[in-house]
Design a protein around this ligand. Structure first.
Ligand code: PBG
Length: 330
Protein backbone atom coordinates (compact mmCIF):
# COMPACT_ATOMS: atom_id res chain seq x y z
CA UNK A 1 0.00 0.00 0.00
CA UNK A 2 1.09 3.58 -0.69
CA UNK A 3 -0.73 5.63 1.93
CA UNK A 4 -0.37 9.39 2.30
CA UNK A 5 -1.84 9.27 5.76
CA UNK A 6 -0.53 6.76 8.23
CA UNK A 7 -1.86 7.82 11.59
CA UNK A 8 0.40 5.35 13.30
CA UNK A 9 3.45 7.47 12.41
CA UNK A 10 2.50 9.77 15.26
CA UNK A 11 2.13 6.86 17.67
CA UNK A 12 5.48 5.22 16.92
CA UNK A 13 7.02 5.72 20.36
CA UNK A 14 6.48 7.53 23.63
CA UNK A 15 8.66 10.48 22.58
CA UNK A 16 6.52 11.36 19.56
CA UNK A 17 3.29 10.57 21.42
CA UNK A 18 4.23 12.93 24.21
CA UNK A 19 5.15 15.69 21.73
CA UNK A 20 1.78 15.76 20.00
CA UNK A 21 -0.32 15.11 23.11
CA UNK A 22 -3.34 17.45 23.24
CA UNK A 23 -4.31 17.33 26.90
CA UNK A 24 -2.33 17.14 30.10
CA UNK A 25 -3.33 16.27 33.61
CA UNK A 26 -1.64 17.96 36.58
CA UNK A 27 -2.40 18.25 40.31
CA UNK A 28 -3.48 21.87 39.54
CA UNK A 29 -6.58 20.36 37.96
CA UNK A 30 -7.79 18.71 41.14
CA UNK A 31 -10.18 19.57 43.92
CA UNK A 32 -10.27 17.00 46.72
CA UNK A 33 -13.66 16.46 48.39
CA UNK A 34 -13.20 15.82 52.11
CA UNK A 35 -15.63 14.49 54.71
CA UNK A 36 -15.36 15.98 58.18
CA UNK A 37 -16.73 14.27 61.29
CA UNK A 38 -17.37 15.51 64.83
CA UNK A 39 -14.94 14.49 67.60
CA UNK A 40 -11.19 14.03 67.81
CA UNK A 41 -8.71 11.45 66.59
CA UNK A 42 -11.30 10.02 64.21
CA UNK A 43 -10.45 8.37 60.91
CA UNK A 44 -13.33 6.17 59.75
CA UNK A 45 -13.17 4.51 56.37
CA UNK A 46 -16.34 4.76 54.28
CA UNK A 47 -17.38 1.19 53.53
CA UNK A 48 -18.30 1.77 49.89
CA UNK A 49 -15.30 4.04 49.26
CA UNK A 50 -12.12 2.15 50.17
CA UNK A 51 -9.29 4.61 50.91
CA UNK A 52 -11.67 7.50 51.68
CA UNK A 53 -12.30 8.52 55.29
CA UNK A 54 -14.38 10.70 57.51
CA UNK A 55 -11.76 12.61 59.51
CA UNK A 56 -12.26 14.65 62.63
CA UNK A 57 -10.93 18.19 62.39
CA UNK A 58 -7.44 17.39 63.78
CA UNK A 59 -6.94 14.66 61.18
CA UNK A 60 -8.51 16.81 58.47
CA UNK A 61 -5.79 19.39 59.04
CA UNK A 62 -3.08 16.73 58.71
CA UNK A 63 -4.67 15.58 55.46
CA UNK A 64 -4.90 19.13 54.10
CA UNK A 65 -1.20 19.76 54.81
CA UNK A 66 -0.30 16.50 53.11
CA UNK A 67 -2.28 17.21 49.95
CA UNK A 68 -0.96 20.78 49.73
CA UNK A 69 2.53 19.29 49.61
CA UNK A 70 1.40 17.04 46.76
CA UNK A 71 0.33 20.09 44.74
CA UNK A 72 -3.43 19.98 45.33
CA UNK A 73 -4.67 23.51 45.78
CA UNK A 74 -8.39 23.19 46.51
CA UNK A 75 -10.77 21.23 48.72
CA UNK A 76 -14.53 20.78 48.82
CA UNK A 77 -15.78 20.31 52.37
CA UNK A 78 -18.72 18.18 53.52
CA UNK A 79 -19.65 17.75 57.18
CA UNK A 80 -21.39 14.90 58.95
CA UNK A 81 -23.25 16.17 61.98
CA UNK A 82 -25.16 14.20 64.60
CA UNK A 83 -28.90 13.66 64.22
CA UNK A 84 -29.77 15.92 67.16
CA UNK A 85 -28.45 18.92 65.17
CA UNK A 86 -30.76 18.22 62.23
CA UNK A 87 -34.19 19.73 61.66
CA UNK A 88 -36.38 20.81 58.75
CA UNK A 89 -34.89 24.31 58.52
CA UNK A 90 -31.30 23.05 58.41
CA UNK A 91 -30.30 25.91 60.72
CA UNK A 92 -27.15 24.17 61.96
CA UNK A 93 -25.85 24.92 58.44
CA UNK A 94 -25.26 28.58 59.34
CA UNK A 95 -24.24 28.17 62.96
CA UNK A 96 -21.15 30.42 63.22
CA UNK A 97 -19.58 27.83 65.53
CA UNK A 98 -20.78 24.83 63.52
CA UNK A 99 -18.52 22.05 62.30
CA UNK A 100 -18.34 23.52 58.78
CA UNK A 101 -17.46 27.04 59.94
CA UNK A 102 -14.86 25.75 62.42
CA UNK A 103 -13.34 23.57 59.71
CA UNK A 104 -13.09 26.42 57.21
CA UNK A 105 -11.29 28.60 59.79
CA UNK A 106 -8.95 25.82 60.88
CA UNK A 107 -7.93 24.98 57.30
CA UNK A 108 -7.30 28.64 56.44
CA UNK A 109 -5.23 29.01 59.63
CA UNK A 110 -3.17 25.89 58.94
CA UNK A 111 -2.68 26.28 55.16
CA UNK A 112 -3.71 29.83 54.23
CA UNK A 113 -3.14 29.35 50.52
CA UNK A 114 -5.40 26.31 50.25
CA UNK A 115 -8.54 27.24 48.28
CA UNK A 116 -11.41 26.26 50.53
CA UNK A 117 -14.74 25.55 48.81
CA UNK A 118 -17.40 24.49 51.32
CA UNK A 119 -20.56 22.78 50.09
CA UNK A 120 -23.69 24.90 50.30
CA UNK A 121 -26.78 22.67 50.64
CA UNK A 122 -29.07 21.72 53.48
CA UNK A 123 -29.14 17.93 53.13
CA UNK A 124 -26.50 17.03 55.77
CA UNK A 125 -28.43 19.27 58.20
CA UNK A 126 -31.98 18.25 57.23
CA UNK A 127 -33.90 15.58 59.15
CA UNK A 128 -35.40 14.61 55.80
CA UNK A 129 -32.12 14.36 53.87
CA UNK A 130 -33.28 16.91 51.30
CA UNK A 131 -31.42 19.91 49.96
CA UNK A 132 -34.32 22.18 50.85
CA UNK A 133 -36.95 22.97 53.44
CA UNK A 134 -40.11 20.87 53.18
CA UNK A 135 -43.66 22.21 53.38
CA UNK A 136 -46.68 20.02 52.67
CA UNK A 137 -44.49 17.42 51.03
CA UNK A 138 -42.85 19.97 48.72
CA UNK A 139 -39.23 21.16 48.74
CA UNK A 140 -39.91 24.89 48.79
CA UNK A 141 -37.60 26.94 46.60
CA UNK A 142 -37.61 30.52 47.85
CA UNK A 143 -37.43 29.82 51.59
CA UNK A 144 -34.61 27.41 50.90
CA UNK A 145 -32.74 30.12 49.00
CA UNK A 146 -33.03 32.38 52.08
CA UNK A 147 -31.45 29.60 54.15
CA UNK A 148 -28.69 29.06 51.57
CA UNK A 149 -27.88 32.77 51.67
CA UNK A 150 -27.39 32.57 55.45
CA UNK A 151 -25.21 29.51 55.00
CA UNK A 152 -23.16 31.30 52.32
CA UNK A 153 -22.54 34.34 54.51
CA UNK A 154 -21.47 32.14 57.43
CA UNK A 155 -18.95 30.41 55.14
CA UNK A 156 -17.64 33.74 53.86
CA UNK A 157 -17.36 35.01 57.43
CA UNK A 158 -15.35 31.90 58.33
CA UNK A 159 -12.91 32.61 55.49
CA UNK A 160 -14.09 30.49 52.54
CA UNK A 161 -12.48 31.36 49.21
CA UNK A 162 -15.41 30.00 47.22
CA UNK A 163 -18.82 28.66 48.11
CA UNK A 164 -20.04 25.64 46.19
CA UNK A 165 -23.85 25.43 46.11
CA UNK A 166 -24.90 21.86 45.24
CA UNK A 167 -28.62 22.24 45.93
CA UNK A 168 -30.16 23.12 42.51
CA UNK A 169 -32.72 25.62 43.82
CA UNK A 170 -33.70 28.31 41.30
CA UNK A 171 -32.29 31.80 41.73
CA UNK A 172 -29.85 30.87 44.45
CA UNK A 173 -26.73 32.05 42.65
CA UNK A 174 -28.13 35.56 42.18
CA UNK A 175 -29.30 35.75 45.78
CA UNK A 176 -25.95 34.50 47.09
CA UNK A 177 -23.96 36.83 44.87
CA UNK A 178 -26.03 39.84 45.96
CA UNK A 179 -25.67 38.96 49.64
CA UNK A 180 -21.91 38.54 49.27
CA UNK A 181 -21.63 41.92 47.54
CA UNK A 182 -23.80 43.67 50.10
CA UNK A 183 -21.77 42.28 52.98
CA UNK A 184 -18.36 43.18 51.61
CA UNK A 185 -17.35 39.70 50.41
CA UNK A 186 -16.63 40.86 46.86
CA UNK A 187 -13.82 38.39 46.42
CA UNK A 188 -15.61 35.25 47.54
CA UNK A 189 -16.19 33.14 44.45
CA UNK A 190 -19.12 30.92 43.59
CA UNK A 191 -18.55 27.52 42.04
CA UNK A 192 -22.10 26.62 41.16
CA UNK A 193 -23.24 23.08 40.60
CA UNK A 194 -25.01 24.35 37.50
CA UNK A 195 -25.90 21.07 35.85
CA UNK A 196 -26.38 18.55 38.60
CA UNK A 197 -28.39 15.50 37.68
CA UNK A 198 -30.65 13.34 39.84
CA UNK A 199 -28.26 10.41 39.78
CA UNK A 200 -27.90 6.99 41.32
CA UNK A 201 -24.14 7.51 41.41
CA UNK A 202 -24.40 9.52 44.67
CA UNK A 203 -25.17 6.49 46.86
CA UNK A 204 -21.82 6.11 48.67
CA UNK A 205 -21.67 9.86 49.41
CA UNK A 206 -25.07 9.73 51.07
CA UNK A 207 -23.97 6.88 53.29
CA UNK A 208 -20.74 8.75 54.12
CA UNK A 209 -22.76 11.72 55.40
CA UNK A 210 -25.84 9.78 56.50
CA UNK A 211 -27.78 12.20 54.29
CA UNK A 212 -30.01 10.03 52.09
CA UNK A 213 -33.62 11.22 51.67
CA UNK A 214 -35.74 9.51 54.34
CA UNK A 215 -38.25 6.85 53.48
CA UNK A 216 -41.63 8.35 54.29
CA UNK A 217 -45.01 8.58 52.60
CA UNK A 218 -45.21 12.36 52.92
CA UNK A 219 -41.73 13.17 51.63
CA UNK A 220 -40.34 12.65 48.12
CA UNK A 221 -37.94 9.70 48.17
CA UNK A 222 -35.73 11.18 45.46
CA UNK A 223 -34.41 14.59 44.40
CA UNK A 224 -36.03 14.73 40.97
CA UNK A 225 -38.02 17.94 41.58
CA UNK A 226 -34.78 19.91 41.84
CA UNK A 227 -31.89 17.90 40.37
CA UNK A 228 -31.97 17.42 36.60
CA UNK A 229 -33.50 14.60 34.57
CA UNK A 230 -30.66 12.58 33.02
CA UNK A 231 -32.48 12.33 29.69
CA UNK A 232 -31.80 16.03 29.03
CA UNK A 233 -28.88 18.08 27.78
CA UNK A 234 -30.31 21.34 26.41
CA UNK A 235 -31.67 21.97 29.86
CA UNK A 236 -28.10 21.86 31.20
CA UNK A 237 -27.23 24.78 28.98
CA UNK A 238 -30.21 26.79 30.26
CA UNK A 239 -29.10 26.12 33.84
CA UNK A 240 -25.50 27.03 33.01
CA UNK A 241 -26.42 30.29 31.24
CA UNK A 242 -28.67 31.32 34.14
CA UNK A 243 -25.91 30.71 36.68
CA UNK A 244 -23.38 32.76 34.72
CA UNK A 245 -25.88 35.61 34.41
CA UNK A 246 -26.57 35.42 38.15
CA UNK A 247 -22.88 35.72 39.01
CA UNK A 248 -21.27 32.29 39.18
CA UNK A 249 -17.49 32.20 38.63
CA UNK A 250 -17.06 28.50 37.89
CA UNK A 251 -19.71 26.11 36.59
CA UNK A 252 -19.78 22.50 37.67
CA UNK A 253 -21.23 19.48 35.88
CA UNK A 254 -22.09 16.44 37.97
CA UNK A 255 -21.75 13.43 37.83
CA UNK A 256 -18.70 13.03 35.62
CA UNK A 257 -17.99 9.94 33.56
CA UNK A 258 -21.52 9.40 32.24
CA UNK A 259 -21.89 13.14 31.57
CA UNK A 260 -18.85 14.06 29.47
CA UNK A 261 -21.17 15.29 26.72
CA UNK A 262 -22.57 17.85 29.15
CA UNK A 263 -19.07 19.02 30.12
CA UNK A 264 -18.28 19.56 26.44
CA UNK A 265 -21.61 21.24 25.74
CA UNK A 266 -21.15 23.75 28.56
CA UNK A 267 -17.48 24.40 27.74
CA UNK A 268 -18.15 24.87 24.02
CA UNK A 269 -21.00 27.30 24.59
CA UNK A 270 -19.86 29.41 27.54
CA UNK A 271 -16.43 30.94 27.93
CA UNK A 272 -16.14 30.26 31.66
CA UNK A 273 -14.13 27.81 33.77
CA UNK A 274 -15.89 24.47 33.99
CA UNK A 275 -15.41 21.89 36.67
CA UNK A 276 -16.66 18.33 36.75
CA UNK A 277 -17.36 16.09 39.73
CA UNK A 278 -16.27 12.47 39.51
CA UNK A 279 -18.73 11.39 42.18
CA UNK A 280 -18.69 8.78 44.90
CA UNK A 281 -20.35 6.03 42.84
CA UNK A 282 -17.78 6.43 40.09
CA UNK A 283 -14.99 6.09 42.64
CA UNK A 284 -16.72 3.06 44.15
CA UNK A 285 -17.11 1.33 40.77
CA UNK A 286 -13.45 1.71 39.89
CA UNK A 287 -12.23 0.63 43.33
CA UNK A 288 -14.54 -2.41 43.34
CA UNK A 289 -13.21 -3.58 39.98
CA UNK A 290 -9.64 -2.96 41.16
CA UNK A 291 -10.27 -5.01 44.33
CA UNK A 292 -11.50 -7.87 42.16
CA UNK A 293 -8.34 -7.64 40.09
CA UNK A 294 -10.33 -6.70 37.00
CA UNK A 295 -8.88 -3.23 36.40
CA UNK A 296 -5.43 -1.69 36.86
CA UNK A 297 -5.86 0.95 39.58
CA UNK A 298 -3.24 3.50 38.52
CA UNK A 299 -3.90 3.33 34.80
CA UNK A 300 -7.66 3.57 35.15
CA UNK A 301 -7.43 6.54 37.49
CA UNK A 302 -5.28 8.53 35.07
CA UNK A 303 -7.34 7.55 32.04
CA UNK A 304 -10.65 8.47 33.65
CA UNK A 305 -9.31 11.84 34.84
CA UNK A 306 -7.70 12.69 31.51
CA UNK A 307 -11.04 12.05 29.79
CA UNK A 308 -12.47 14.98 31.77
CA UNK A 309 -9.74 17.27 30.46
CA UNK A 310 -10.37 16.07 26.91
CA UNK A 311 -14.07 16.87 27.29
CA UNK A 312 -13.13 20.41 28.27
CA UNK A 313 -13.08 20.47 32.05
CA UNK A 314 -10.70 22.94 33.66
CA UNK A 315 -11.09 21.47 37.14
CA UNK A 316 -11.94 18.02 38.47
CA UNK A 317 -13.42 17.28 41.84
CA UNK A 318 -12.33 13.72 42.51
CA UNK A 319 -11.77 11.34 45.40
CA UNK A 320 -8.72 10.14 43.44
CA UNK A 321 -7.03 13.55 43.74
CA UNK A 322 -4.44 12.42 46.28
CA UNK A 323 -3.61 9.12 44.58
CA UNK A 324 -3.52 10.77 41.15
CA UNK A 325 -1.27 13.61 42.37
CA UNK A 326 1.17 11.02 43.73
CA UNK A 327 1.16 9.18 40.41
CA UNK A 328 1.69 12.39 38.42
CA UNK A 329 4.50 13.54 40.72
CA UNK A 330 6.41 10.26 40.22
C1 PBG B 1 -25.75 17.10 48.28
C2 PBG B 1 -24.57 16.59 47.56
C3 PBG B 1 -24.50 15.31 47.01
C4 PBG B 1 -23.24 15.17 46.48
C5 PBG B 1 -22.55 16.38 46.68
N1 PBG B 1 -23.41 17.25 47.34
C6 PBG B 1 -25.49 14.21 47.04
C7 PBG B 1 -26.85 14.47 46.60
O1 PBG B 1 -27.14 15.40 45.85
O2 PBG B 1 -27.71 13.72 47.05
C8 PBG B 1 -22.75 13.92 45.82
C9 PBG B 1 -21.28 13.74 45.71
C10 PBG B 1 -20.84 12.36 45.46
O3 PBG B 1 -21.64 11.43 45.21
O4 PBG B 1 -19.63 12.16 45.50
N2 PBG B 1 -26.05 18.42 48.20
Amino acid sequence: MHLYNRHRRLRKNEAIRSMIRENHLTPNDFILPIFVAEGEGIKEEIASMPGIYRHSLDNTIKEVKEIWDLGIKAVNIYCKVSDNLKDNTGKEAWNPNGLMQTTIKAIKDAVPEMIVMPDVALDPFSIYGHDGIIKNGEIVNDETVDALVKMTLSHAEAGADFVAPSDMMDGRIGAMRMALEENGYHNVGIMSYAAKYASSFYGPFRSALDSAPVDSQDIPSDKKTYQMDYHNSEEALREAIADVEEGADILMVKPGMAYLDIVKLVKDNLQVPVSVYQVSGEYAMIKAAVEKGWLDNDKVILESLTAFKRAGADLISTYFAKEAAKLLNK
